[in-house]
Design a protein. Structure first.
Lengths: 355, 355
DNA sequence: CTGAAAGCGCTAACAA
DNA sequence: TTGTTAGCGCTTTCAG
């Protein structure tokens, strides 16, 4: 604490000053270049000097200033994250992950909502990157599937990482999750509880995730030797309302499902409502499963069995990929990454009701 | 576009370069100092020169680099926003507002989740500010009501803005909303629809907002000449689950309320569920109102009548307050600000049921 | 009204 | 293994 709050000179503590590389050099009695070497973990520093310098760094609590670094080196140590996703919780998780990874690597994360009013998304992105002097950019969905944006990014010749791309997984550095495998795992979870009539609510038409999750559902049925029954699927739109409607539809079927797997949490919430309305107790009479582990999933009543997407970790991986690339570890930086999902079993799913 | 993507030299477009103050000076045939004067709107520049320089700036699409600025001036043009609120949507809205205001004023927003593992919140904040070289800090709830944090911030001698403080509204620069007035307005809205038995679900015990909203509810009743009935209030905890429980309780009353005002949206969602379970149609049989306008409020079914807090605007006002203060407009920067709420009438409230 | 020169904290050659 | 020197893009004196 003392070093942080050290008075500058004279009696009054005027303003808190961070220590500079020169302060450290003086204290350790070496040149600033040597300090720089230690900080940046460059080779060619004797162990003795290293230790001495490190001690000085610790004592003064020295951290290099990003601004000063960026004026000299060609690098800005700035990483961009564009926001153009209507889901604030999702965006926020991305932000947390990216910011953590950036900070750990001496980078600063610059968060930019995409200005749709001005020009095309592609032009806006170019502006953001060039004006902001960003070394690289993290591009979440749906932007990461916009062909114009992709071609603009490629032209810019700066590394960019795409989160959960739905198409062209060879463009840029891609971080994704196994949506299909996750949906299969959830289906298997329901099958393991004895369910054979499992309803499935699809997401918005035409999105890549909608397709992947539907495939996973089919995989899960097939693996258990259960025939796919189109009657048990319903076209939703990722909204609570569509969940209510699909839930009412599925529950009004003659041979109604004993479990409903909604391909996101909002629709699962809708199913919960629909179930309550017709007097069904969850999970006693009906099992309900979601997908996403949105903030409300655990707050729902009953708490929702769902799939957790490692959103923050995906953003962190994206940031790290870009940073690695900048450091010259190309092989490390450019291989696409797929992270594991997590099946979170809460109280909304249970054994199939006894007849 | 041409200026943004201009090739550097030779045939191949190597890397996109932003233009510097020197580029502008050369083009306008003045010294860099003059350019600086124009950019920073300093006096003592002839109109002719100003126009010429501005033309060069526009042509080259020149924007000063924050990093370079901060190395020279004492200012870093960095504004901090700590995150320590469990609600991602709320935090995200704050972020949007603060980032917008920062950008408009040539500042950059630095977003920092509070590291609770390391030390006390107060120490962490000090670290963030000093190490990050932040000119000021935006402090949202609940952090803005932590006495240690407040005293640490005061000692640091840097401007800080508190969002929706619950106590000590004289410490720092405070931006708030009229919680009490908003709750009163919502109560009046229900009264205007003929409701006289209006249930009220309180938030978590001991929080300032909980108190303020309860007061507003009472004000609303009193204004309409309706006696406050303790039986119609219920202690919630801002969670969906507590909403379900309070909803069930209130609806099981002998003379049950015809409207329920929950002091946040999550609890209102719980009330909706409870209502569905006992077969009550909303708003035909029961009106339900919330508070916050969370992202889910409009997605609920039926869409929820609620109070919109101008969260983003509050953060923007906070950022602007700090920036104004840094610019020396003390009177402007230090007056506390109270923003207007907005009553959003959707479909969950309606006239009192005919008996 | 305008500009030259010094310097911010740091990195990148290049010496020693 | 270490240090010296020259910048980076900008602001800030201080002279014209």
């Amino acid at each position: 604490m003392a070093s942080v709050l050290q008075p500058q000179r004279g009696l009054r503590m005027r303003t808190v000053r961070r220590s500079t590389i020169t302060d450290v050099a003086k204290l350790a009695e070496v040149s600033i270049k040597t300090v720089s070497r230690v900080v940046r973990r460059e080779p060619n520093v004797s162990e003795r000097t290293r230790v001495a310098v490190q001690a000085a760094i610790d004592e003064l609590n020295y951290r290099p200033t990003i601004s000063a670094r960026s004026t000299t080196s060609a690098r800005s140590f700035l990483l961009g994250l564009v926001f153009d996703n209507p889901n604030p919780s999702y965006s926020f998780e991305l932000l947390r992950g990216a910011q953590r990874a950036a900070k750990e690597n001496g980078y600063q994360l610059v968060f930019e909502p995409l200005d749709r009013s001005r020009a095309t998304p592609a032009e806006s992105m170019t502006q953001l990157i060039v004006q902001g002097n960003l070394e690289g950019m993290i591009v979440p969905p749906p932007l990461c599937d916009d062909p114009d944006v992709l071609s603009a990014m490629s032209k810019l010749n700066r590394p960019f990482a795409r989160i959960a791309p739905g198409r062209e997984p060879s463009l840029g550095f891609c971080v994704s999750m196994d949506d299909r495998g996750a949906a299969e795992a959830m289906t298997r979870h329901l099958v393991d509880h004895g369910h054979t009539r499992i309803g499935f609510i699809m997401g918005r038409e035409g999105t890549a995730t909608t397709q992947a999750r539907l495939h996973g559902y089919k995989d899960g049925l097939q693996g258990a030797g259960i025939a796919f029954d189109e009657e048990l699927t319903c076209q939703g739109a990722f909204t609570i309302r569509s969940g209510v409607e699909c839930g009412e539809h599925l529950l009004s079927l003659d041979d109604r499902p004993t479990a409903i797997f909604a391909s996101n949490d909002d629709m699962a919430a809708g199913v919960l409502m629909a179930a309550h309305r017709v007097g069904l107790e969850v999970p006693r009479d009906l099992s309900v499963a979601g997908f996403d582990d949105a903030e409300t999933a655990s707050a729902m009543w009953p708490p929702l069995t769902t799939i957790r997407q490692p959103v923050a970790d995906m953003a962190a991986a994206a940031a790290e990929g870009i940073i690695d690339h900048q450091r010259g570890n190309r092989e490390n930086g450019l291989d696409n990454v797929q992270l594991d999902y997590e099946l979170i079993v809460r109280e909304s799913t249970g054994p199939v009701p006894e007849v």
